[in-house]
Design a protein. Structure first.
Ligand code: SF4
Ligand code: SF4
Length: 189
């Protein structure tokens, strides 16, 4: 009799627990479904791009005419990366820059060289699409380094998204559900 009683109570407990668990799963499922009604926070690269921040450290730009071949950029670089090729002009007692190169396959984009260059001939651009099939092509000479950067906002073929607006909206959790166009551009309108 005692055994029978404990078995029934055990079964009852089991049922209660199962119902409770099912309830939790149901609640979780409803929340998951609720997420599906929100707009996805996705940037549709390469048709949409975030505008890099003002101090973004992309590809380095170099101005050959400004460089005095002081080699400060080499000394402050964690890996002594910039190659400054110069010769001494004995008649004028001055260094003359011959070649300058930075290998972006090795560069860690720390910006030390830009920070310490006394003549401001180095600057950081917002270019980050540097991928290439041959690693030797990443070794930029003064011509490649001197090319003016293409900014994201100048590219009329893509939609640009301000990262500030994007992240502030994300952090505030502003979510619209009344739209069929489910992309982030629409989300920012
Ligand atoms: S960004 Fe940093 S790692 Fe790259 S060349 Fe300049 S100092 Fe060296
Ligand atoms: S620190 Fe500036 S001026 Fe000096 S060698 Fe480097 S790029 Fe040229």
């Amino acid at each position: 009799m005692y055994n029978m009683f404990t078995m029934v109570t055990g079964l009852q407990n089991y049922n209660e627990q199962a119902i409770q668990a099912a309830k939790y799963i149901g609640q979780g499922f409803i929340i998951t479904l609720d997420h599906m009604s929100r707009l996805p926070l996705t940037i549709q690269y390469p048709y949409e791009k975030l505008i890099p921040s003002e101090r973004f450290r992309g590809r380095i730009h170099f101005e050959f005419d400004k460089c005095i071949a002081c080699e400060v950029c080499v000394r402050v670089c964690p890996i002594n990366l910039p190659v400054v090729d110069w010769e001494l002009k004995k008649d004028v007692k001055k260094k003359k820059l011959k070649n300058y190169s930075i290998d972006f396959g090795v560069c860690i984009f720390c910006g030390n060289c830009v920070e310490y260059c006394p003549t401001n001939c180095l600057s950081m651009t917002e270019e980050y699409e540097l991928s290439i099939y041959d690693r030797h092509d990443l070794n930029y000479d003064q011509i490649a380094l001197g090319r003016l950067p293409i900014t994201v906002i100048e590219d009329s073929t893509i939609i640009t998204i301000s990262s500030f607006a994007f992240f502030s909206k994300v952090s505030k959790g502003i979510v619209k559900t009344d739209s069929n166009l489910k992309n982030v551009t629409n989300f920012l309108d």
